[in-house]
Design a binder for this molecule. Structure first.
Ligand SMILES: Nc1nc2c([nH]c(=O)n2[C@H]2C[C@H](O)[C@@H](COP(=O)(O)OP(=O)(O)OP(=O)(O)O)O2)c(=O)[nH]1
Ligand SMILES: [Mg+2]
Length: 130
């Protein structure tokens, strides 16, 4: 079974917002682009809006599909729908108590992300602008 996930690359002023997954979560203690699993029959864009409100307290105003990545971890297969989130209402924060930070794109390469995120970090650090 493949788990469908929506994740948001929240950008503002050339900074990207990232959150730390808790140790209890799958791929725990690694940095992530906030998001979560799509519910049954839920479109990824809708899941993105729902998850970013639940986890970061923002309302997405503008988002663009960025990349879809299918990845098989040893214990789980995921299909990650990444979106660029370029406009939103509210100030992103760790609404569920998770550590969060804004980083420059070069700084993304210094952080430990789940394996599936490697192509995303590469794309974000190679492009001159998102
Ligand atoms: N949100 C997010 N998940 C990622 C990223 N990279 C990556 O491999 N994943 C994986 C880890 C998980 O297996 C899955 C996302 O699940 P999640 O734990 O965020 O789901 P959720 O927010 O619905 O959490 P929960 O209700 O099950 O606790 O996708 C990423 O950048 N962001
Ligand atoms: Mg989540």
């Amino acid at each position: 079974m493949v788990v469908k996930v929506a994740a948001g690359i929240i950008v503002r002023d050339d900074l990207v917002f990232v959150a730390l997954r808790s140790s209890e979560q799958h791929q725990g203690d690694l940095w992530e682009f906030p998001g979560g699993k799509c519910e049954v029959d839920e479109e990824p864009a809708h899941a993105l809006e729902r998850e970013l409100y639940e986890e970061c307290g923002i309302e997405v105003k503008q988002c663009t599909p960025f990349q879809v990545i299918r990845h098989d971890y040893s214990d789980k297969s995921v299909e990650l729908h990444f979106f660029e989130v370029s406009d939103f209402d509210g100030e992103p924060h760790g609404k569920e108590g998770q550590p969060v930070k804004w980083v420059t794109r070069p700084e993304l390469t210094q952080l430990c992300f789940p394996e599936a995120n490697v192509p995303i970090v590469e794309a974000l650090t190679q492009k001159s602008s998102l």
